[in-house]
Ligand binder design. Structure first.
Ligand code: E4P
Length: 218
């Protein structure tokens, strides 16, 4: 399963890229608004693409097909790794088809149902992003959606990749893996939580204490 980092924070992106742990990045207008300050978001997008050797999702903010396509072309021109992110609306699906026909990669985001995911695949999306955590937030079962989409895509051989999004904790990542999501986009905090285990810490502590008794060097 590919791991994407769900952030526009350059320090966090450098930290994860330096560890060789991530396959790409997803951003959205809220994530870029958190970090941009006075900077032009497009400059930050370029920096992200230069740090990470993999797909970087950059989202349009237009709501009609024509504006989304125009913005999508501009975002795609930032870097060869750019993936244009469009919302799962009627206009978004049409813009997806247009952009895919022009040879661009498209991530269809804000997916909350299997019927929406079917249309994203029909529109030729490279990725569909079902938002697991936001479904859980309203007392639904976000992971059921990942299951259903996997089943439908496998039934018909759709090649659109399932990008599990709105991930809130390590269990979401583990379940997405078990179901067979193609990718999971993870906030930095959750990425590092994945590496933690109290028995690892305890085991290391006792190994080091025993080694210390030897007074030797490697
Ligand atoms: C997906 O690409 C989105 O950026 C993201 O996963 C949204 O997650 P949130 O519900 O934590 O905002």
């Amino acid at each position: 399963m590919k791991i994407f980092l769900d952030t526009a924070d350059l320090d966090e992106i450098r930290r994860a890229a330096d560890a060789g742990l991530i396959d790409g990045i997803t951003t959205n207008p809220s994530l870029i608004a958190k970090v941009a300050g006075d900077r032009d978001p497009k400059e930050i997008y370029l920096e992200i693409c230069e740090i990470v050797d993999g797909p970087v999702s950059l989202e349009v903010v237009g709501v009609d097909r024509e504006t989304m396509v125009t913005e999508g072309r501009k975002l795609a021109a930032i870097h060869e790794n750019a993936v244009v992110k469009v919302p799962l609306t009627e206009d978004g699906l049409k813009a997806c088809r247009d952009l895919v026909s022009e040879g661009f990669k498209v991530n269809v985001t804000l997916c909350f149902s299997v019927s929406q995911a079917l249309l994203a695949a029909k529109a030729g999306a490279t990725y569909v992003s079902p938002f697991v955590g936001r479904i859980d937030d309203i007392s639904g079962e976000g992971m059921d959606l990942i299951h259903q989409i996997r089943q439908v895509y496998d039934n018909y051989g759709y090649e659109t990749e399932i990008l599990a999004a709105s991930i809130r904790h390590p269990v979401h990542v583990v379940e997405a893996m078990q179901i067979g999501a193609d990718c999971c986009t993870i906030p930095p905090k959750v990425l590092w939580q994945l590496s933690k285990h109290p028995l690892t810490d305890r085991g290391l502590e006792s190994f080091l204490a025993d080694w210390e008794k030897l007074g030797a060097e490697i």
